[in-house]
Design a protein. Structure first.
Length: 251
C-alpha cells in the first residue's frame, strides 16, 4: 500500500534514522494527516518511502508503539494501524515525567504547591457546576473511609489521592483531567509522603467534607476558597517538615 498523497514527509539524514522516521510519522498522526484506524504501509513500503532499511522502519515502529500511537494486528486483514489516543496512558506519561522532574529538583516544592492551589481551585469551580450524583457519592465514600480512626497512614494517603482524583473527575472536562494527571498522580503522593507523620487527619477530613458540601451546593467560589485553606495548611506542614530535615537530628 502506498502512502497517501497528503502525507508529505521531510528528508531523512543519516543520523538517528529510526527516531527521525518515528518523529515524522508521529507528526503526521498529531496533525491529522494520518487518521485513527488508518493502516500504514508495510515495512517494505515505508522503507522505500523514507529511503531507509526495513530494520530502521522496525525500530521506528517500536518507538511509535511504545507511545501508544500505533497497534499491530495479525491475519489477512492485519497490519499496522493508527491507534486512538488513550487519555490514561498519556496522563500516566505526564505524571511519570513530573515525578522525574520533582526527583531531580527541577520542580521545587513551593512551585508544586502553587500549581496545586491554582489548578485545584479551577477544578472546584467547574465541579460545582458539572458534578453528578455519582461524583458526589465517590467523594463521600472517601470521606467515610477517612473518618475511620483505625485507618493506617498509607490507606489514608491512598484515600486522599482518590478524593482529589474524584474531584477532578467531577469537572467532566477532558483537557483539564489530562492536565491534572501530574498534580494528582505525582505532586499529591510526594507531599503526602513527606508530611503524613505530622498530618492532622481530622482537619483534613473536615475540609474535605466542607469542599464536598460546597461542590454539592453548586458553590464553586466557596469550594475553591476551602481548597486554598486546605492547601495552605499543607504548605505550613511541608515547610516545617523540610526545615526539620535540613536542621538534622537534634543533638
Amino acid at each position: 500500500m502506498a502512502l497517501r498523497g497528503e502525507l508529505q514527509t521531510g528528508g531523512i539524514v543519516r543520523d538517528g534514522l529510526s527516531r527521525q522516521v518515528a518523529d515524522q510519522l508521529r507528526a503526521a498522526i498529531v496533525e491529522g494527516r494520518l487518521k485513527v484506524d488508518d493502516r500504514l504501509p508495510n515495512e517494505d513500503g515505508l522503507a522505500q518511502h523514507f529511503g531507509v532499511s526495513r530494520a530502521t522502519i522496525r525500530e521506528a515502529l517500536k518507538i511509535l508503539a511504545a507511545q501508544n500511537l500505533i497497534r499491530s494486528r495479525r491475519g489477512p486483514a492485519g497490519g499496522t494501524f493508527v491507534s486512538r489516543p488513550d487519555p490514561q496512558g498519556l496522563g500516566s506519561a505526564i505524571a511519570d515525567a513530573a515525578m522525574l522532574l520533582v526527583g531531580t529538583g527541577d520542580i521545587g516544592m513551593e512551585d508544586m504547591l502553587t500549581a496545586r492551589a491554582e489548578t485545584e481551585a479551577v477544578c472546584c469551580r467547574l465541579a460545582a457546576r458539572a458534578r453528578t450524583t455519582e461524583d458526589l457519592a465517590a467523594l463521600r465514600a472517601e470521606l467515610a473511609l477517612q473518618r475511620d480512626p483505625t485507618l493506617r497512614d498509607e490507606e489514608f494517603c491512598a484515600s486522599d489521592l482518590r478524593f482529589h482524583r474524584a474531584l477532578v473527575q467531577a469537572t467532566h472536562n477532558p483537557p483539564l483531567k489530562l492536565m491534572m494527571y501530574a498534580v494528582i498522580e505525582s505532586f499529591i503522593p510526594v507531599t503526602n509522603m513527606l508530611i503524613y507523620r505530622d498530618h492532622e487527619r481530622r482537619l483534613s477530613v473536615d475540609l474535605h467534607e466542607a469542599i464536598t458540601d460546597a461542590v454539592a451546593a453548586g458553590e464553586g467560589p466557596r469550594a475553591a476558597e476551602l481548597m486554598a485553606r486546605h492547601l495552605e495548611g499543607m504548605r505550613g506542614l511541608l515547610t516545617a517538615t523540610l526545615d526539620r530535615r535540613a536542621a538534622g537530628p537534634a543533638v
